[in-house]
Design a protein around this ligand. Sequence first.
Ligand code: ADP
Ligand code: ZN
Length: 747
Amino acid sequence: MLSSDHADHGRQHQSRFRVKVMLATALPFEGGVLDYLMAGEDRPDGHTPEIGQIVIAPLGQRSVPGVIVGLSDDDLHDKRLKPLEGYSDLPPLSPELLDLLRWVAAWTMAPVGAVLKMALPVKDALLPPKGQKAWQPAQITDLDSLSDKRRAVIEALQEAPPMTSADAALLAGVSKAMIAAMAKDGLLEQVTIPPEDQTTIAGGKAKDAIPSVTLTPAQQQAADEVKTALDNGQFAPFVLDGVTGSGKTEVYFEAIAHTMAKGRQRLILLPEIALSPAMQERFKSRFGDWPVVWHSGLTPAQRNKALRRIAKGDAPVVIGARSALFLPYPDLGLITVDEEHDQSYKQDDHVPYQARDMAVMRAKAEDIPVILATATPSLETEVNIDQGRYQRLQLKERIGTAELPEMAMIDLRRDPPPRQQWLAPQLVKDIQSVLDAGKQSLLFLNRRGYAPLTLCRTCGERLTCPQCSAWLVVHKRDHALHCHHCGHRARWPEECPSCETEHSLVPCGPGVERLSDEVRKLFPDARQAVLSSDLVTTPAALAAFTEDVLSGAVDIIIGTQMITKGHHFPDLKLVGVVDADLGLAGGDLRAAESTWQVMVQVAGRAGRSGEKGKAVLQTMAPETPVFKALMTADRDAFLAAEKQSREIAGMPPYGRLASIILSGRDEGKLRESGHLLGQHRPHFEDVSILGPAPAPMAYLRGRHRIRFLIKAKRGVNVQKIIADWLKSVTLPSSIRCQIDIDPYHFM
Ligand code: ADP
Ligand code: ZN
């Protein structure tokens, strides 16, 4: 029930209420709240207003989910007041979650409705499921007068319970059109079958799960710290910092098992949906049950079902991508963020947020522990540990006899590959000896497709996307050019679009598909498998790939960054990084940090079962500090140097950064707007504003883009400065303005 003030005024006797509803859509005004009419509980369709209650509200031609946030004292008989359309049977959102959503909106400067939409992403899941239409045979006197097929349908259905037309068609081996026709002729009768909306995970079953391993003392100690925090029922941020293969997953599984009995929900965030088949398997074998999975690859029906289970508290464990963070868990008990350093936790569009940081905020709001697991902590997390905000739990050694791989570097200037090839002679030799020993190698190249660039031999023209300032990437599989930014596709042209010379275009540089050709030429008898998001597109395909590697049906794996995480391939002896310099180009803030992370992660795939593995980095610049740190495995020195350089530059995590991107189709108008905003820039001592300048992607999806970069000291309220600044100018409606607080991907 809503606050008693209203009851004091005798409102509980009212049969209608004027309620304030926060709508789950970006509204053009602050607060994102509109008033609606609600019928009281003494009416046939009535309800009692409750804070957090999920409703469906009409908005123009649409109906939009929303949440009741209060009662309104305004006129109940207002003609424009529209009645609510639907009431969810799910539990209300908690005040803590509502506060968190408001906080996220304020922090990211996104409309609160856009944030609420992340909590209520599937409208259909909010209402009680409807029964399904099903068919059963009508009373029929004369079966013999029917055609064979129609008789088959009747006979099949006489034996079976009522079923949907799809199921009936399948059972009788006829088309759905036939079922429809029979229904029309009165041969079938329609009934409604009740919704199956129950849980398939037995709540208690996981309780008697059997631990698959005995934890090592270091693991036990880490697990005990988390268990104590769980027992105390309080917010506690932990960093589970352990080298690859040190048994971090087993530690947080132990923490999960500890809370199983309490029946609270646990959330495991993973950076990539691609990781979930392996994690699901592992979870199943540890706990005997499948977790509920949440990511963007689910079908609408799966999303619907998953969201209902989550919101009803019927999902004891949820494994999800970053979008699982804001779902309305009624009773969250523990959050784990696996691979916390992974940059895919940062969302760039819609509501630009960092899911790892928001996971900590959610844990704080719910007063529960949160575990950030990683082998390569992000600098943000390191600094949070330094400053006493997070507690480090360290696992220094790999499990069992597995040792960390030996690291080696190949100087491509001294030991270059032959022309139009990308594997240096030394790496080729290493691969050969691993092949001879009957073990597996992995070649890592973070470039999708066949070649990143197409050049005209005659005039030097580079093929670029017509809608973006980006090169078109050659894909061999469909003989086409793809833009990896907007999805534009074009056929491979016969002649250069600029000088019109025929057969003059050549692909330049390697992608994984081209590397695959080279490997086939060098090792014709080796069996290879390529892992990239273009070739392995579904969780099932990824599971099949993993199975092939594990069963020994693959000798050489070639992969993009999809290969760097999560996988555990016991026979993998050698990892070759084809172009270690790739991540350093472009010079964004986190280039060295993320290169270090990727290299440690990918090298960590090698030698995970006993025999020592080897990781080889090919580079044109062996003197680069990050490579030196990798060779000497001097993580502390690397982190210290990296921290120092950020601190001196006043960059995150020591200083604050925000970007404003203006974009528009009309370049002239955009430039004017940039100029106008530039003229109104605020002046504060601890804030510097750079720009307007062309954004790194100066043209994207048909829109020109310019950028302002705001750099400030840590204590500065950047959001307020930006809000006041933007309020001081009126930009044309054709100009879009995107704000990113603490941007990661400098596009
Ligand atoms: P990480 O998450 O740190 O990479 P994992 O938890 O995946 O490490 O553990 C690496 C491997 O070691 C897995 O195959 C896991 O089953 C195994 N393992 C972990 N802890 C133990 C243990 N205490 N005893 C035996 N095997 C273990
Ligand atoms: Zn494009």
